[in-house]
Design a protein around this ligand. Structure first.
Ligand SMILES: CC(C)(COP(=O)(O)OP(=O)(O)OC[C@H]1O[C@@H](n2cnc3c(N)ncnc32)[C@H](O)[C@@H]1OP(=O)(O)O)[C@@H](O)C(=O)NCCC(=O)NCCS
Length: 199
């Protein structure tokens, strides 16, 4: 599975992806059933230079999954963090219904954790509703420390420092993803040019 790092050129794709989420999924992803305008405002605020945004494309270059890894000073996030580092990372993810159950959500989480390790951030934080069984499972599987409160949960993962292996693995995955992105983007552009319908 190729996990691409998204940039400014993908902002519209990110918006289309999030607008495709149904009401209940919006609730699970953002903690409330955000209307389209607020999703649009959220997407417009994404700072692709400061944060890291990952995407998974299907074969017709549709964004079927995305994860937003936002870095923030630990005082800003609130809560007690077991870290000497000034920044912590907050993770949010969504996978379109048709692509669920194939391990994409878990893989995006693992990729984000590796990126944090390699960028001197040692706490990965996630906020979710405790009714979100898939997310509860992902947090448990990753060995996260979980604090539950009133139907919501904050989960923290303490990360190991970077190693030569983690740096190399991230570099290789990035290279593979860049190849996959270029191939699919070109194929999509060619299909548009020759009027082939997307499926
Ligand atoms: C949560 C979400 C990202 C998971 O994506 P996904 O690609 O289906 O995740 P995976 O395929 O990696 O599955 C995650 C694990 O949860 C398990 N799982 C899924 N649904 C489950 C359920 N209802 N009960 C228990 N476990 C469940 C899967 O079996 C899988 O376990 P495994 O890895 O041990 O086999 C996706 O459901 C989604 O986008 N939901 C809406 C938005 C959201 O909830 N975002 C999270 C808030 S930050």
């Amino acid at each position: 599975m190729a996990i691409s790092q998204l940039g400014e050129r993908d902002r519209r794709r990110v918006l289309r992806h999030l607008l495709a989420l149904e009401d209940h999924d919006r609730l699970l992803r953002f903690g409330s059933r955000l209307p389209d305008e607020q999703i649009e405002a959220y997407v417009n605020r994404i700072d692709f230079k400061r944060d890291t945004v990952y995407g998974v494309f299907n074969r017709v270059f549709k964004l079927v999954a995305m994860a937003h890894l936002a870095f923030a000073p630990k005082e800003q996030v609130g809560g007690q963090f077991d870290t000497e580092k000034p920044m912590i990372a907050e993770f949010g993810v969504s996978v379109l219904k048709q692509a669920r159950g194939y391990g994409i959500g878990s893989k995006l989480f693992e990729r984000a954790a590796m990126h944090c390790r390699n960028h001197d951030v040692d706490v990965l934080y996630m906020h979710y509703l405790t009714s979100n069984k898939a997310m509860v499972h992902i947090a448990k599987k990753a060995g996260m420390e979980v604090q539950r409160e009133y139907g919501e949960a904050d989960a923290y993962l303490k990360l190991l420092p970077a190693s030569p292996g983690s740096v190399l693995q991230e570099a290789l995955e990035e290279q593979y993803a860049m190849f996959d992105y270029t191939l699919k983007a070109n194929a999509r552009a060619a299909a548009k040019l020759f009027g082939v319908r997307k499926k």
